[in-house]
Design a protein around this ligand. Structure first.
Ligand SMILES: [Zn+2]
Length: 83
C-alpha cells in the first residue's frame, strides 16, 4: 500500500516538474503570446475611434484629417465638439 502511494506521489511531483519546465521562457510552450497592440486577430489593422475609443478594422473605419472613427456620425460629432 505504501509503495503505491509513493508511486502516485512521484507521478504528481513529476507532473508538476513537467508543467514547470513547459512554462519556462524560451521553450516552445502552449501559452499563446498576446496579439500585438493595434493588430486584430486576422492581422487586420485596427483603428481606434477618436470619439468613442472603440477599435474597428481599418476597412470599416472612417478617416478624416488624420483621425479615425467607427462611423460617420462619430466623425461629425468629434469635429463638432472641436470647434
Ligand atoms: Zn465611435
Amino acid at each position: 500500500m505504501g509503495k503505491l502511494l509513493q508511486l502516485i506521489m512521484l507521478g504528481v511531483v513529476a507532473w508538476f516538474v513537467f508543467r514547470y519546465l513547459l512554462r519556462k521562457p524560451g521553450l516552445p510552450g502552449q501559452d499563446k503570446a498576446p496579439p500585438p497592440a493595434g493588430a486584430g486577430p486576422a492581422g487586420a489593422v485596427m483603428r481606434r475611434c477618436d470619439f468613442c475609443q472603440v477599435h474597428v478594422p481599418e476597412g470599416e473605419s472612417t478617416q478624416s484629417r488624420g483621425h479615425y472613427f467607427c462611423s460617420e456620425a462619430h466623425r461629425d460629432a468629434f469635429f463638432r465638439g472641436q470647434r
